[in-house]
Ligand binder design. Structure first.
Ligand SMILES: NC(=O)c1ccc[n+]([C@@H]2O[C@H](COP(=O)([O-])OP(=O)(O)OC[C@H]3O[C@@H](n4cnc5c(N)ncnc54)[C@H](O)[C@@H]3O)[C@@H](O)[C@H]2O)c1
Length: 409
């Protein structure tokens, strides 16, 4: 019997079930209900280290089964896709093992905690691709409709020659010195702090929207609060949950913060544009402010995640130019036709649904879906150059592999 498009299934196994686990779960659930997918994802199994918590999460988010060891999840016959929603120190081992087992991999960002790990993952993904196995990294904001439209407009020449990239990702969840430790504040677990957690998104979005890679950087970082109380018990830390087995009950003790609280850097791009980047968890009042402004010879475009249904556009070729706000909810805009009528806005979670939609389409059609592991390796190289520059008093550091252009020192 020949199955119709949506009768074919792809079993999904997800590792980690806290913040991203919840976001990805809703995406696996909603993507086939709003998009006409070539195969229907089945939420087969969730892996977590604590069985009771994993079962509760599976029940809440709609997974059929649980495993307490991620290696068993990868080995299961009912798993075709492995979705990695764990901290960065686990990504390389999990992704490489899953690809070797012939499973497609969606891995959260940043791809890894080091360039060496990211290189090994990208090599594994290239080998897997030759066998029809796909790998993708979760730089989700590329799939916010307004961000995607921004990329399309820039590629179509809307701003002319790129002159400036002004990117920032600002949060404030650490302004209180009593905010507790989490894996995000440990270099061993997270690789870096604000830089890799949120700066990585700004780097990826800027490079994606402009198509113009960063070639060199000079950076400064600071850790404003170097010691923090350990959490009194495992649990929810604002939007940043401590997962099962993360710390145990360690109230009263302090932990050392070994990552940057904020990092800023200047950069050159291959085309010769000048760029500034800022990533901070101490930007008081800013909750999840990813902002990308581009200025070109013929116009400017601004995206702001806290106003994610809009783009602000300036066209210098108009007779009376001025900044105007475009509501990105028309059926002609990216992804929107599958959702609601014009003006019925989308939210944070929809980009995750779009990510699943595009990944399933790529698997079914045998195409790589960006951001590939090679794309994410490119981001990792920028992160490493920024980290190195900040550690060496803002010395200029070239990004390996990127072609120099324009005003590059
Ligand atoms: N795409 C995005 O916009 C976005 C947003 C937030 C986080 N992230 C990324 O997602 C990943 C997870 O972040 P999060 O915010 O969900 O963290 P989290 O702390 O909320 O959840 C981490 C989960 O991983 C589990 N875990 C940790 N080590 C494990 C192990 N060895 N084996 C099995 N499970 C393990 C924890 O129990 C928990 O369930 C990180 O790479 C982070 O950078 C991406």
């Amino acid at each position: 019997m020949t199955l119709s498009r949506t009768e074919q299934t792809l079993g999904v196994g997800m590792i980690g079930y806290a913040f991203m686990g919840a976001a990805h779960s809703q995406a696996w659930r909603s993507a086939p209900r709003f998009f006409d997918l070539p195969a229907r994802p089945r939420m087969s199994v969730l892996a977590g280290r604590d069985e009771a918590r994993a079962k509760a999460a599976a029940d809440k988010y709609g997974w059929d089964d649980v495993e307490t060891d991620w290696t068993r999840l990868i080995a299961r016959d009912d798993v075709d896709i492995v979705d990695i929603c764990t901290p960065g120190d686990t990504h390389a081992e999990m992704a490489i093992a899953a690809l070797a087992a012939g499973k497609h991999v969606l891995c959260e960002k940043p791809l890894a905690n080091s360039v060496a790990e990211a290189e090994a993952m990208a090599a594994a993904a290239r080998q897997a691709a030759a066998r029809g196995v796909r790998a993708m990294c979760g730089f989700t904001y590329r799939r916010v409709p307004a961000a995607r439209l921004m990329a399309e407009l820039v590629a179509g020449g809307a701003i002319g020659t790129l002159r400036h990239v002004r990117a920032s990702y600002l949060q404030d969840w650490l302004i209180d010195p009593a905010a507790p430790m989490s894996w995000r504040l440990e270099r061993q677990r997270a690789g870096s702090g604000a830089l890799g957690d949120i700066g990585a998104h700004a780097i990826d979005l800027a490079q994606y929207v402009t198509g113009d890679p960063i070639t060199g950087v000079t950076a400064l970082s600071s850790t404003f609060v170097p010691r923090r109380p350990m959490p009194a018990a495992e649990g929810f830390l604002g939007t940043h949950a401590a997962g099962d087995g993360e710390y145990g009950a360690v109230g009263g003790e302090f932990g050392e913060v070994t990552v940057d609280d904020a990092t800023v850097f200047l950069a050159c791009t291959a085309s010769g544009a000048l760029a500034t980047f800022e990533a901070s968890r101490f930007a008081t009042g800013h909750k999840n402010g990813l902002r990308l402004e581009l200025n070109g010879s013929a116009g400017s475009i601004i995206f702001d995640l806290e106003r994610m249904n809009e783009l602000v556009i300036y066209d210098a070729r108009e007779e009376n130019p001025g900044f105007r706000t475009v509501l990105v909810t028309e059926p002609s805009h990216p992804y929107i036709a599958a959702w609601w009528p014009p003006g019925h806005t989308l939210g944070y979670e929809h980009a995750f649904t779009h990510q699943v939609r595009d990944f399933v389409e790529g698997i079914a059609s045998g195409q790589d879906v960006a951001p590939t592991f090679d794309d994410a390796l490119g981001v990792q190289r920028v992160l490493a150059a920024v980290g190195q520059s900040a550690a060496e008093s803002a010395r200029w550091v070239d990004v390996p592999g990127a072609t120099k252009g324009g005003t590059h020192p």
